[in-house]
Design a protein around this ligand. Sequence first.
Ligand code: ADP
Ligand code: ZN
Length: 720
Amino acid sequence: MVSVLTTRPLDGCLDYLVQQGGADKGDFVEVPIGNSQSMGVVWGEGEGAVPPDKLRRIRRVLPLEPMQPEMRSFLCRLAAYTVSPLPAVLRLATRTPGILTPPPARDVFCLTGFLPDKLTVARRRVVRVLEERGGIPTTATELAEEAGVSTSVVKGLEKLGTLRKEQALVDESYPTLGPLEKQIELTEDQFRAASFLKSSLGKGRYSTTLLKGVTGSGKTEVYLEAVAEALRLGKQALVLLPEIALTTQFLDRVAERLGGKPGVWHSAINASERRRLWRMAGEGKVQLVVGARSALFLPFRNLGLIVVDEEHDSSFKQEEGVHYNARDMAVLRASICGATAVLSSATPSLETWVNARARKYERLDLQARYGSATMPDLETIDMREAALPRNRWISGALALEIQERLSRGEQSLLFLNRRGYAPLTICRACGNQVGCRDCDARMVEHRFRTLLICHQCGAERPVPADCPACGVEGKLVPVGPGVERLEEEVRDLFDNARITVMSSDIIGSQQSLTEMIDLVTRGGTDIVIGTQLVAKGHNFPQLTLVGVIDTDVGLQGGDYRAAERTFQLVRQVAGRAGRSEKKGLALLQTCQPEHPVIQAIIAADDEGFWVAEAAEREVAGAPPFGRYASIVISGRNPMQVVDCATQMVRQANPLFQIGAQVFGPAPAPIARIRGRTRYQILVKADRNTPFQAALVAWKKTLAMPTGVNMSINIDPQRFA
Ligand code: ADP
Ligand code: ZN
């Protein structure tokens, strides 16, 4: 008897009898549940909850590489940390569609045994490759690549009778990577950092290192050296990136450095490619995977290195289902499999900075930008004195600098983290703000698409001619700027400038994003207007001016991470200026130039900022010094949601027992999404209390009525 974990929404494992031939821990199996079959993983000894005569039998062991003990342990600990059911966590690791579908049939070649005396060098090389592979049938492309010849050589050998063509179910393999294709001379800082990481890898023990350095200081070059070392040691490597930083430019750069394309994993990768990568990772046949957060769940066989680039990025946190943070879980996975973890950022998260200060993580600093590039000058523009007319957002001082860039043939970037035309549409007759029917959110006008769009649920409707509330015609006006509206102002101010707006609505596809980045890189535009899409990674050599239109946006609202996020985002955007020889300038428009966060940005006083921010969080008992969990209760029936949430707080004894504070229930900051009312309970506890255990004990006492959902978010990025 064994226990089997499936992805069915149950509490845990189910017991099964073992079929003939046995089943070992980690085996992927097919088991009956009710009237259907489910895929599962043999998780351990049976638990004995079911009487022996009621036990059912495992149907079959599936032809997949068994799940490694390391992976099982990772999933268990992730489930415990995030207070999530194991089946939901298993789903993360197996949700690749069609992992059971056999690979496609393709033409492969094997040796016939007939070997003429005389063979050309090229042909001989192909034969040798096959011999070295023990005669395993191989595709023409692979043979040609490994032998360094063209595929016609393989075809020629077939004609000759030395090779035979067959059909086989095999995946195309990934190109062999490394050693470093393109050698570059590292600076002293870089060399020291790279050597440190290489020696960590050599020890084969777990460690985590914060790699900190301003944008352009060569962090990527340094961690690619570490990747190459991992590959040299025969280990697999994983580089996690925020999805929007996973551009072709980045992948080309990796390919250029390592001599081949890595495996790539993100939401737009098609099903057959996912299946291939999932299986190859498990068979140890892909050396490097570059991917978005869910790549962390690939079943690597021999993982030696995990890099989390832009580690502070909030997109590493999954905000639905299992609320995990891929950065933290990367560290967990590395610690379980004895791998080296590298967290790379110009503006690390406070958590990581504190862990480095506490010596839990190593820390490496790259001090300067590479080459002659220097950090841009940073200045504020006091918008209280700018005296702008209505519906204008570009101050005279900023406009002047843009004009100067235009006359010098350099580029400017205007940063405004607001998609669409105007964040708010208001009726001048009745004061009504046009809202979404299903959400507690305003509809945002998108003039480019001539629609009002809800940024919560995506609902769209035409811009109405008359007010939906009072019916008066022609009184609806847009209020406030979005990037599209800013574009109008820019066109107005700078007649002949070439303008590019970079915003996800306008760009649409990864393809057009790539084209747009190319355009800007080549200098094919003068002024870029962008949302946070432009904040990351791109290297625009002609760009020497960054204007932050509204530096204060992120500082409003009571979110405990507001300061940190603003600091990171503005520093990052400012870092786009002056990445080549020309000196850059970043101008921050603000109504509160004396605000400590803005002062810290201007002074480029990173350490000062973190010291102050850490002190403040410590006093407040906020993460990482205390623990938060945000619990959202949602449902279609508002009364039921309130009742349920209230009852949950009454039953919160297990939480009080660890001295936790429980706040709420209160309407969540977004009190309705997609027609579901949302209430929030906040739990706050000291750092060294059994937080998760208490939450689990509490959860066990709760009976959620049908139609009401509860989701637990440990370490919330924001209060939802
Ligand atoms: P970061 O990841 O810190 O933003 P990058 O690794 O992208 O920095 O480096 C910035 C630019 O400088 C890249 O174009 C990179 O190729 C180049 N660069 C960095 N270090 C070196 C070096 N030692 N030799 C040559 N080019 C370098
Ligand atoms: Zn909506």
